[in-house]
Structures are given as structure tokens and as C-alpha cells.
Design a protein around this ligand. Structure first.
Ligand SMILES: CC(C)(COP(=O)(O)OP(=O)(O)OC[C@H]1O[C@@H](n2cnc3c(N)ncnc32)[C@H](O)[C@@H]1OP(=O)(O)O)[C@@H](O)C(=O)NCCC(=O)NCCS
Length: 191
């Protein structure tokens, strides 16, 4: 069973129109997390341009939301065409929410989406000293094969099944319902 997420947060896919929230989240990352997320130093404008492509075809971003604010994200990006069997994944969690199981939840959902899109090889670039990312990926080593000598994880999720497609659809519906509930609760909260 999945551990509860910190601060009552929820994980759901980002919707079209939420790229600004993604940009703001990426720009809020502390210096080290930002460096690790992009495997180097990037200017704010480059990050903003990157976030703007998050609603493109072949891109799925799962977000971790607390009180309606995006605090963590997992980006799955198919390489080349929509029919490509290869993709890359990258993770970003704001510092106060790191090491609380959010990365685990996001990777679980990303793997499900990858499997349902027929992706056979999923690459996650991370710096050689990024212990936490490597530990996170190792938690799923039944589904992955890793070569951390070259600091790249190659993943072969099994094929989609009716069950895996249903699991993703249920998660999407749950995400929608909890987002609606969240907005309503905020409207009802005394100022
Ligand atoms: C790397 C990152 C995605 C991991 O997500 P997270 O939510 O912090 O990780 P989790 O809490 O799910 O922990 C995953 C595993 O990492 C290990 N771990 C957790 N905290 C750790 C720490 N401080 N040091 C070393 N290992 C740690 C544990 O094995 C843990 O599994 P367990 O709790 O079941 O034992 C997140 O910390 C992050 O966004 N970092 C900055 C950006 C980055 O490095 N991105 C990766 C490159 S794309």
C-alpha cells in the first residue's frame, strides 16, 4: 500500500494551462535541487521555456500538490514521435518535501504512464553522487535494470494491460475529484 503523502498532498497529472505552475515550481527549487534536476546550471529563462513545453504531445507531468500549490513534479517525455518506445523522466521536489516518499509516489505513477504508452526504455539521467535518486530508482529494480556506472537508468516496464490502463484512468479521476474538492474547500475556508 502506498504511504500517505506529506501535508495531505495529492499527486495528479498537470492539466493543459498549468505550465505556469510548473515553471513557478521549477524556479522555486533551491540551488542544489535545481542543479540536480537539470544536471547543470540553467538560467531562469531557459527553465521557463522548458516548462512551457510541458503540455506538448508525448509529455506527461505528474504533480505533487499541497494546498493547491505544485511542490513536486515528475516529467515523462517521449523521445521523438508519439509512437516512440523510448522516453526520459526527470524529477523535482521542493526541499521541504524531499525524503517524505513523494519521489516514490511520483515514480510509481510515471512508470504506470510509461507502461500504458508502450514505452520500453525509460532513461533517467542523474548526477553520479545523487544517492537519493539512485536509491529511489533501486526501489523499483524489479521493473528496472540499472547501470549507475554510467549514471543512467534503463527501464523496461512490462506491457500495458487492461488492469494498468484502468489503474491510470482511476488515478486520473481521483486526481480530478480531489482537485475539485480542494478548490471548494479553499472557497469555503474563512478568510
Ligand atoms: C531525488 C528526488 C526526486 C527523490 O525524491 P524524494 O521524495 O526525496 O525521495 P523519497 O522520499 O521517495 O525516497 C526514496 C528513497 O531514497 C532514499 N532516501 C531518502 N532520503 C534520503 C537521503 N536524505 N539520503 C539518501 N537516500 C535517501 C531512501 O532509500 C528512500 O526510500 P525509502 O524511504 O523507502 O527508504 C528528490 O529528492 C528531488 O527532487 N531532489 C532534487 C532534484 C533531483 O535530484 N532530481 C533527480 C534528477 S532528475
Amino acid at each position: 500500500m502506498q504511504e500517505p503523502l506529506p501535508d495531505g498532498g495529492t499527486i495528479r497529472k498537470l492539466w493543459i494551462g498549468e505550465t505556469d505552475a510548473y515553471r513557478d515550481h521549477l524556479l522555486r527549487l533551491d540551488r542544489e535541487s535545481r542543479y540536480r534536476r537539470f544536471s547543470g546550471t540553467l538560467a531562469d529563462e531557459v527553465i521557463a521555456r522548458h516548462a512551457a513545453t510541458a503540455n506538448g504531445l508525448g509529455v506527461v507531468v505528474h504533480g505533487f500538490f499541497v494546498d493547491g500549490v505544485l511542490r513536486g513534479a515528475a516529467e515523462l517525455r517521449q523521445n521523438g514521435s508519439l509512437f516512440s518506445h523510448q522516453a526520459e523522466a526527470a524529477f523535482s521536489i521542493e526541499q521541504p518535501w524531499q525524503s517524505h516518499g513523494v519521489g516514490t509516489g511520483l515514480l510509481e505513477r510515471t512508470l504506470l504512464s510509461a507502461r500504458n504508452r508502450g514505452i520500453k526504455s525509460l532513461r533517467m539521467d542523474c548526477l553520479a553522487d545523487n544517492q537519493r535518486m539512485q536509491q529511489l530508482a533501486r526501489k523499483f529494480d524489479a521493473e528496472f535494470s540499472f547501470d549507475f556506472g554510467s549514471v543512467t537508468g534503463e527501464v523496461d516496464p512490462p506491457r500495458s494491460t487492461l488492469l494498468s490502463l484502468t489503474r491510470e484512468a482511476i488515478a486520473d479521476n481521483y486526481g480530478l475529484a480531489s482537485a475539485i474538492f480542494e478548490v471548494q474547500s479553499r472557497l469555503l475556508r474563512p478568510a
